[in-house]
Design a protein around this ligand. Structure first.
Ligand SMILES: Nc1ncnc2c1ncn2[C@@H]1O[C@H](COP(=O)(O)OP(=O)(O)OP(=O)(O)O)[C@@H](O)[C@H]1O
Ligand SMILES: [Mg+2]
Length: 422
């Protein structure tokens, strides 16, 4: 039976889409045969075209004149949600930029499928916004609007870790209670779910969800922390400015450095007013060579180059004890070394917060950790050794099951789409 329903996992860092091909859920190749599409957009100023995914990254890194954006999902539920940006003098709403990205996913999947796909189950984090139910609800409404603008006629939602549980459930042969951990670029999400071969055919699974929970800490936050601690000092963070009037010096304001380290805010810095501010710093700085670098980064729009290098070194530290952050794109030969132990210290608070959210979710489930037979891991951030250890220690008796790190949520959403839409 053919279905015109699809599951779409619009992620902070990567996205996937999957549909039922009659027998099984399959991921659609979204770019050059690859199933995961980096959640990136590049507006090419020369051609006026938008590029997505790896080709957006390539165009940006290849010195294309234009505007690059990533981690746009992170604006949902924040004040940036209603914001605009200017691209070649034209005002564009962020939500429309996201809708264009989602539309391209739909169109690519339709082409692969050879049939229209107009119904969707979209993934959503357990919480878009911590401790604010209204903002959380609005974030989902905005995402629904985005999916409609992208051309879907029917839009419904499922929690991302529940979708991952549905993927895992395909492989079990007896009833068990699993802890699903989905740690990606944005929030870290957990769910405690009863899964079983019989469950696969039940329409209503609410009785099988013992608890869901999470915290707003993910891979992009770790990138920000590393960037702030290791890289931004090279661009003058925490350096001193002479007073315009009077004696003595003050510490340079932090906001430019914080935005430059935060994926979804980098593009906000490419504003003439900010550059003027930085030129003022340059005039007053006691370390002008660092502020020169900062001005160069803003003028040449190199902020995402730094963030991409930081992320690359973070990923390298998953397998290596030492790595370096290359800043050669900014200045020949410039680089910063980082050791895994140092990285672990930088993210210690975040690792603790992730573990705490897991413990709270387990507590909400009202069962002892010994009742959890499997810990199912999905999402790129579960690869980080120190994060993994924190998760494993919480459920020492559970078998560790490696999901498809980037595809489990999409597959689960396709299963859910079939259940809801046929
Ligand atoms: N081998 C690795 N080691 C450490 N981090 C990794 C690794 N591979 C990917 N990551 C990180 O995982 C994150 C992306 O994971 P994933 O694709 O699961 O996120 P996402 O689904 O886009 O985000 P979310 O579900 O939170 O919206 C990025 O922050 C990336 O840097
Ligand atoms: Mg995800």
């Amino acid at each position: 039976m053919t279905s015109n329903a699809i599951g779409v996992d619009f992620g902070t860092s990567n996205s996937t889409a999957a549909f039922f091909d009659g027998k099984e859920p399959v991921l659609a190749p979204l770019e050059d045969g690859k199933f995961d599409l980096p959640s990136t957009v590049f507006f090419d100023f020369e051609t006026g075209q938008r590029k997505y995914g790896r080709s957006a990254i390539d165009a940006y890194v290849g010195d294309g004149e234009g505007r690059f954006m990533r981690a746009l999902k992170s604006i949902l539920g924040t004040s940036l949600e209603d914001d605009f940006t200017y691209v070649s003098g034209k005002r564009v709403a962020f939500v429309d930029i996201i809708a264009g990205f989602v539309r391209s996913i739909r169109e690519t999947a339709e082409e692969f499928r050879g049939a229209p796909l107009d119904k969707v189950v979209a993934g959503r984090p357990v919480r878009f916004v911590d401790e604010d139910d209204d903002a959380d609800r609005r974030a989902q409404e905005t995402l629904e609007r985005i999916f409609r603008t992208a051309g879907f006629e029917e839009v419904s939602f499922q929690f991302e870790p529940i979708a991952a549980a549905l993927d895992y459930e395909r492989s079990v042969d007896k009833e068990e209670i699993a802890l699903i951990a989905d740690l990606g670029g944005g929030p870290s999400d957990f769910s405690v779910v009863r899964i079983s071969p019989a469950g696969r055919t039940r329409a209503d699974r609410s009785g099988d969800i013992l608890a869901t929970g999470g915290v707003h800490v993910g891979g992009t936050d770790l990138d920000r922390l590393v960037n702030l601690r290791k890289v931004m000092p090279e661009f003058g963070m925490d350096s001193r400015l002479r007073r315009d009037f009077g004696d003595g010096t003050i510490t340079i304001p932090r906001h430019v450095f914080v935005s430059l380290s935060t994926w979804q805010k980098i593009h906000l810095l490419y504003d003439p007013a900010i550059l003027r501010e930085v030129k003022d710093y340059l005039r007053l700085s006691t370390s002008p060579e660092r502020i020169e670098r900062l001005a160069h980064v803003l003028e040449e729009r190199l902020g995402h180059r730094i963030a991409l290098e930081v992320e690359r070194s973070k990923i390298a530290l998953t397998d290596a004890d030492d790595a370096w952050i290359s800043l050669a794109a900014i200045e020949k030969g410039l680089k910063v070394d980082i050791a895994r132990a140092e990285f672990e210290a930088i993210i210690a608070r975040e690792t603790g917060a992730i573990r705490k959210a897991l413990d709270v979710t387990l507590g909400d489930a009202g069962i002892g950790s010994e009742r959890i037979s499997a810990l199912f891991l999905t999402g790129g951030t579960t690869a980080i050794p120190v994060v993994r250890r924190a998760l494993l220690e919480a459920v020492p008796d559970a078998a560790v099951v490696e999901g498809d790190r980037f595809g489990s949520v999409g597959i689960g959403l396709a299963l859910e789409a079939r259940r809801r839409f046929g």
